[in-house]
Each structure stands twice: as structure tokens, then as C-alpha cells.
Design a protein around this ligand. Structure first.
Ligand SMILES: Cc1ncc(COP(=O)(O)O)c(C=O)c1O
Length: 351
């Protein structure tokens, strides 16, 4: 595919986008400087403007909601289902009126087990902008996770399966959204059809050309990285299979990218246990213990007089151990993690 390069961009970025689009089976990819920028650009291109209400799960990282707030929109937090893979559909339905967008988040690489959200959104004409920042490589049937939506947004931060150090991209089959996104990432240059150059205030969310070159090299090894992460995750799950206080949560009906091994903890004070693991001599890095993940509606900046409402999200985060693996974690390291977790579970139970 040939395409005129925007003035500040280079052929390297165009080639990276074209190769990603081919890999993902979409018409358009727009490379940007981070996953956060991908979400902000995707939301803007999907029509989100100041004052709009945007549905965000309580069960996610702050990076999902920051772009919503940056656009001047109002996040509306919705609770999750019991295993945290989807919205609580009843709660979602009661918040859909006047929503300008829905932002499902495929945390730990896990996609939902049904497309109920897409049906609800389609019936009301609400765009769905998926935060698939952790989910590159997860597939539902033949579709890449995040691409059954209006826009899918991905991060290529250094911990991701495809890494450019910092970076991200959005993917869509909607050419108007893609044109608006290309304009928004680069000071409205080039403008979308029927719009004048630099006629709107936008951003510099461009991906630097050397990072695009790195992305192209990474993309050629992406399937290998997904296989490696799958091997790492399945090894940890297998090594811990006899520990009855740990229940491995494996999402059904998808090719999961195995981004992070996830266990439900059947222990007293499970969050304290995750924090304890994160603080050991060889820390076992995990979402709640290391990164202090709490539901968005519990974060002080979103607190209001009614208090946190998303109780299932709170329970999931309090009771789940999601290990943050890296590509450098070899079999020896993973065996160390497993041994530490097993030993500390037994100590916790005996204490
Ligand atoms: C679920 C999720 N959303 C958004 C982001 C933001 O991506 P980035 O760090 O590339 O801005 C991340 C990155 O860690 C993420 O994991």
C-alpha cells in the first residue's frame, strides 16, 4: 500500500503502520507515541468531546481514564463481572444513556467471553474504543482482540509483547476515524477530507521514526513472543497446580496471549499477601502488590460523597494475584517465582 507521508513523518512510520494493518487484518493503523496517546486519539476520532460521558470499567489502570479526562470528558465507572473479564452488564445498561463512548479494557490480556457489550453499543449507536493495551496477540476466533470494536488501542511500552520502548497504535476499519486520528496525532496535519490544515488544536502524539523501525523488527518476532509468554505463563501455572489456595484463571473461548498469569487467592487477607510477595528479597511483581492497583472509583481524585460503588471490581483486585512477567523471565526465574509463592502461601496459611 502506498500513502503520502505527512510532512513530519517518514516512510518508516508508514511502513510500520502498513505491516501492522496487514498483521491485524484491518484497513488502517495509526502509530502514536504511547498507548495512552492511542486511547486519547481513538476517543477523539470516535467523537468524544468536552462534557461527554464515557463509560470506563472500574477495574483498570489509571492510563485508561487519563485520556478521557484529558479530552474534558466525564468518566462513568462501571463494575465488572465476577472474574473481571467483562463489564457487569446490568450495571453497564443502567449507565448507557447519553454515553458518548464505551471503553472496555482487556486487562491481563483477557478478552470477554461474549460480545454482549458490542450488541448493547450497536443498538444505541455508541462507539466502542477498546483498551487492548495488554491484549495484542489475544484472538477471538480469527479476530484480534480489540478489533471487533470501532477502534482498538494498543501500547508498545517496553513491557508489552511488541515493544518500541515507548509507543502505541490504534487500529480500525473506519477510514474516517483513521483520517481524524492521523490529523489529531500531528497538529491536524494532514487534515481529514473537508478540513483545513492545522485548523484545529491537536497534539504531537507522533511515533518517532527510529521507534517505528524498531517496531517493524519487533513485529517480525511477535508470534514468537506470544509463544514465549504462553510458555512462561503455562509453566508458572503448572508449577503451582498443586497449591490449592491458588486457582488459575484462564479465560475461555479465545486464544489468550497469556500476558499475565492470573490466580484467584483463596487465602485470608489476599491483598496483604500480594503486597507481601512484592516486598520479598526476590520480589514477585504483581498488579496489586507491586503496582497497588485499586478500582478507579476508589482513587481519591474520583472520590465523591457517595463513595466507591464498584464492589465486584474491588473484590477482584483484592483477591487476584496477577504476575507481571517480562520476556527476560527464563525457566529458572519462573521456577524461583513458583517456589517463593508456594512457600509463602504455606507460611501464610500456618501463621
Ligand atoms: C491496560 C492499559 N491501558 C493503557 C496503558 C497505557 O499505555 P502506555 O504506557 O503505552 O501509555 C497501559 C500500559 O501500561 C495498559 O496496561
Amino acid at each position: 500500500m502506498t500513502r503520502a507521508a505527512a510532512p513530519p513523518l517518514t516512510g518508516e512510520v508508514n511502513a510500520y503502520e502498513d505491516e501492522l494493518a496487514r498483521y491485524l487484518g484491518v484497513t488502517d493503523v495509526v502509530a502514536v507515541s504511547s498507548g495512552t496517546a492511542a486511547l486519547q486519539t481513538g476517543l477523539y476520532a470516535a467523537g468524544v468531546r468536552p462534557g461527554d460521558r464515557v463509560i470506563v470499567p472500574a477495574l483498570t489502570v489509571v492510563m485508561t481514564v487519563a485520556p478521557v479526562v484529558a479530552l474534558g470528558a466525564q468518566p462513568v465507572f462501571v463494575d465488572c463481572n465476577d472474574d473481571g473479564t467483562d463489564f457487569d452488564l446490568d450495571d453497564l445498561t443502567t449507565h448507557l444513556d447519553d454515553a458518548a463512548a464505551i471503553v472496555p479494557v482487556y486487562l491481563w490480556g483477557r478478552a470477554p467471553d461474549s460480545d454482549a457489550v458490542h450488541h448493547l453499543a450497536a443498538r444505541r449507536g455508541i462507539p466502542v474504543v477498546v483498551d487492548a493495551c495488554q491484549a495484542l496477540g489475544t484472538m477471538i476466533g480469527r479476530t484480534h482482540a480489540g478489533l471487533d470494536a470501532t477502534v482498538g488501542c494498543y501500547s508498545t511500552h517496553q513491557l508489552k509483547l511488541l515493544s518500541t520502548g515507548e509507543g502505541g497504535f490504534l487500529a480500525t476499519d473506519d477510514s474516517e476515524i483513521a483520517a481524524t486520528a492521523r490529523a489529531y496525532r500531528s497538529h491536524w496535519l494532514p487534515p481529514p477530507p473537508q478540513s483545513a490544515p492545522a485548523s484545529r488544536i491537536a497534539h504531537n502524539f507522533r511515533l518517532a521514526a527510529p521507534l517505528a523501525a524498531l517496531g517493524r523488527a519487533e513485529l517480525s518476532g511477535l508470534d514468537e513472543q506470544i509463544s514465549w509468554r504462553t510458555e512462561q505463563t503455562l509453566l508458572l501455572i503448572r508449577l503451582l497446580a498443586q497449591v490449592k489456595q491458588l486457582e488459575a484463571l484462564v479465560p475461555p473461548r479465545q486464544r489468550w496471549n497469556h500476558y499475565a498469569p492470573v490466580f484467584r487467592l483463596h487465602l485470608d487477607r489476599p491483598r496483604a499477601f500480594s503486597e507481601h510477595l512484592a516486598a520479598l528479597d526476590i520480589p514477585v511483581p504483581n498488579s496489586t502488590g507491586t503496582f497497588k492497583l485499586i478500582p478507579l472509583d476508589q482513587r481519591p481524585m474520583f472520590a465523591d460523597e457517595t463513595g466507591p460503588r464498584c464492589t465486584t471490581a474491588a473484590t477482584v483486585l483484592d483477591t487476584v494475584l496477577a504476575i507481571a512477567l517480562t520476556r527476560a523471565d527464563d525457566h529458572t526465574r519462573i521456577a524461583q517465582y513458583a517456589a517463593i509463592i508456594e512457600q509463602e502461601v504455606h507460611r501464610w496459611v500456618d501463621a
